[in-house]
Design a protein around this ligand. Structure first.
Ligand code: ARG
Ligand code: GLU
Length: 720
């Protein structure tokens, strides 16, 4: 009997215990129920210390770094930490053969040496406002989805205008729970963000794409920036007169380390998750869309790799493209495995079955929710071929560089073909294309693109229903006998867009109304064909279903909340600030294998391979390792800790996010998830999902001991 009772207790308690780590919470709402749970797990802060509009709080030290990462302020002079892969573009843009900062690293030894990055921004969140009532007051259930969107837009535009009035802030209103709630975010964007330091790639990107999404990990994925402001501490474009920004709050850095089961939390900007999809959607993603994306990318990666292996210059040129392509490729494979292992589709079907039974229990519910699941099923059945078409098209569009580049000429064509061409606008457009061409060709190798062009179209042709393929494929089949290589060969021979020289010659000689040559260019023709196919065929066919799905999802979540009264719902990620929390924990990836929760420099040395680019270890680092010269950055075990894992629920966009301890002190920088846990964007598994974090002590050790930039450490507030 006793056994039965304790078994029952376990069964009852288990879900809530496990769920404790799942979720990405809105920081202004922590006090509702999350704060209590966080404190129960060991946190020594209050919700008010994390997010407050009345006083400086931790949230004032968090930024959106650039367009898709998180960063944090770590000194009273606006010093910022983020990931190396987030600063990569900036580091690359300052790199040349003479100053190869990607390879060798970069360290400004004084503020004068810090490098400006036009276009790079650091954005602070001023406050969050729940505007649900105001927006929902304008809506009713009889509206069509289009009417609803229009009403939402009108109201949110007004709210935004009101919030921004007489300020330099930027307001954004975003839907939560598919439009059951709305929140407004007020931002302050700083525009002078300078590069302060970056480790060499063989530290910042150690393990490269091989180790990406993997645990155990040994990547020193950090870079250092500084925010500058005008004399009044307000945002300003770059100017020599700007001064280091004085933050309301900067994070203190703890050198104390952590132990198994210690509480941690993460602040950051996760981009997008889809936790409340029906089983049909998961089935579609895992069995239709992901396999197409994966296969298309396998081909592209193979082609890039073939050239990169042969030539050092090409390797550098394609490093970022390869990394970007590979990142999704690998993640989707992990996602598919995770979904399968968890039987996520089966679990969702089970939930849907019980939800329908519950809905059928009374008239009102059955009217509201009874039709949902069958409606989902019908739409996803209709969407299926189109979702395949969309996947092929998107991968082709992004995969073929030349047709993407050709889109730069679109506006020039329109301007030139106008009845009364605007010469000035044409000149400006030409200058724009020149600039784009410079960036594009710096990292371009036409033979790679040519092979990829042939391969993408070939896959498209062989693997998708003919009626969903763009018309141009039919033409290639007729004109080239389905020989896509011959087609690509001719395209690259004939197009003036395949070399920088030809593009510039063309622009030098370009006179108004000479758009014909552009319009006839085969790369431009291909670009037009692909884009037009999307906008004239795919989008019109799917947009009604997509909007129907939005409204079904909105009702479904409302229903689920009624049905699962005890479940703690959290909104899907939508690139707004979130807090997630968990514990320092290893995991068991498969039978008989257990992973520890941290890695050390010993592991870097064990992975060392001077012949493989991603596993080179520099002499200086080896020397420090052999002398065990870790200073105050060593762990209690005398080792140099490099990375650790914890059960915080994170996603893409959380890169660079601060990982904080129970006192809110910085202990690491989030930069990845484990491969076995990448399905967490669709379904979270507390046993398997871990976020991968760079131990902040390793970053400081590299800054101080490796780079000799101790003056940066002096700026920080260190807790020993
Ligand atoms: N997987 C991480 C993220 O999703 C890191 C990506 C960059 N690193 C790489 N080796 N590609 O962004
Ligand atoms: N590397 C990801 C990023 O850049 C974070 C890892 C994840 O997807 O969880 O945002």
């Amino acid at each position: 009997m006793k056994r039965v009772i304790s078994f029952l207790i376990i069964i009852v308690l288990l879900p809530s215990l496990l769920l404790a780590k799942e979720g990405m919470w809105i920081p202004s709402l922590l006090n509702k129920f999350v704060e209590k749970d966080m404190r129960k797990m060991g946190m020594r802060l209050t919700a008010e210390e994390i997010y407050s509009i009345n006083q400086a709080s931790l949230k004032d030290a968090i930024i959106i770094f650039g367009g898709g990462c998180t960063g944090e302020v770590v000194s009273d002079q606006g010093l910022v930490l983020t990931n190396h892969h987030c600063g990569y573009g900036a580091i690359q843009s300052h790199s040349s053969v003479e100053h190869d900062y990607l390879t060798n690293g970069f360290w400004a030894m004084s503020k004068e040496e810090e490098l400006p990055n036009p276009g790079l921004t650091a954005t602070f969140l001023v406050r969050i406002e729940d505007v649900s009532e105001k927006v929902l007051a304008e809506l009713n259930d009889n509206m069509t989805e289009a009417e609803r969107s229009a009403a939402v837009k009108e109201k949110t535009d007004a709210l935004i205008a009101e919030a921004e009035k007489d300020t330099h802030y930027k307001a954004v209103v975003k839907p939560f729970y598919y439009g059951n709630e709305y929140y407004m975010f007020l931002y302050e964007e700083y525009k002078d963000v300078r590069l302060v330091g970056a480790p060499p790639s063989n530290i910042g990107k150690f393990g490269g794409d091989t180790d990406n999404w993997m645990w155990p990990r040994h990547t020193g994925d950090f870079s250092v920036f500084r925010i500058y402001a005008d004399k009044d501490n307000n945002p300003a474009e770059y100017s020599e007169d700007n001064v280091p920004y004085k933050p309301m709050k900067h994070l203190k850095i703890s050198l104390k380390g952590y132990e198994k089961d210690d509480f941690t939390f993460v602040f950051g900007y996760p981009g997008s998750t889809e936790q409340y999809l029906p089983s049909f959607a998961i089935d579609n993603i895992v069995n239709e869309v992901n396999p197409i994306r994966i296969d298309m990318r396998t081909e592209r990666l193979d082609i890039m790799n073939k050239y990169m292996e042969q030539d050092q210059k090409i390797r550098i040129q394609y490093a970022a493209k390869y990394a970007g392509t590979s990142n999704g490729w690998k993640k989707w494979q992990g996602e598919n495995r995770g979904i399968e292992r968890m039987d996520a589709i089966g679990k969702k079907q089970h939930l849907e079955k019980h939800f329908m039974e519950w809905a059928a229990m009374n008239d009102q519910r059955s009217k509201l929710y009874g039709g949902l699941v069958p409606a989902f099923e019908e739409i996803y059945t209709n969407l299926e071929p189109y979702s395949r078409a969309r996947a092929f098209l998107l991968e082709t569009l992004f995969g073929i560089e030349i047709s993407r580049f050709s889109r730069n000429f679109k506006k020039l064509v329109t301007l030139s073909n106008a009845d009364d061409p605007d010469e000035k606008a044409i000149e400006e457009q030409i200058e724009k294309i020149r600039k784009a061409a410079k960036g594009h060709f710096k990292n371009y190798h036409a033979p790679i693109d040519k092979e990829i062009t042939a391969k993408m179209l070939d896959l498209y042709f062989h693997r998708l229903n003919r009626d969903l393929q763009p018309q141009i494929i039919t033409e290639i089949i007729q004109d080239y006998d389905a020989d896509f290589t011959a087609y690509a060969e001719e395209l690259f021979d004939d197009s003036f867009m395949s070399s920088e020289k030809e593009v510039n010659e063309f622009l030098d000689k370009y006179k108004t109304r000479k758009a014909k040559k552009i319009e006839k260019d085969p790369a431009y023709v291909l670009g037009e064909a692909l884009y037009n196919h999307y906008f004239s065929n795919i989008l019109p066919a799917t947009s009604q279903w997509d909007s129907d799905l939005d409204s079904l999802q909105r009702i479904y979540i409302r229903g689920l909340k009624e049905y699962q009264k005890n479940r703690r719902f959290y909104p899907d990620a939508n690139f707004t600030l979130r807090v997630t929390y968990g514990k320092i924990q290893g995991y068991e990836p498969r039978d008989a294998v257990a992973y520890e929760y941290f890695t050390t420099l010993e592991g870097v040395m064990a992975k060392e391979d001077p012949d493989i680019y991603d596993y080179v270890v520099e002499d200086k680092l080896k020397e420090l390792y052999h002398k065990k010269d870790y200073g105050r950055y060593a762990g209690d075990d005398g080792k140099m800790h490099v990375c650790f894992i914890a059960s915080n629920h994170t996603s893409g966009g959380n890169s660079g996010s601060p990982v904080l301890n129970a006192d809110g002190h910085l202990i690491g920088l989030n930069f990845d998830r484990n491969w076995e846990g990448t399905m967490s964007d669709l379904m979270y598994d507390p046993d398997m999902c871990r976020n991968i974090t760079l131990d902040v002590r390793y970053a400081l050790f590299i800054i101080d001991k490796f780079a000799g930039a101790g003056h940066l450490i002096d700026e920080m507030t260190i807790i020993e």
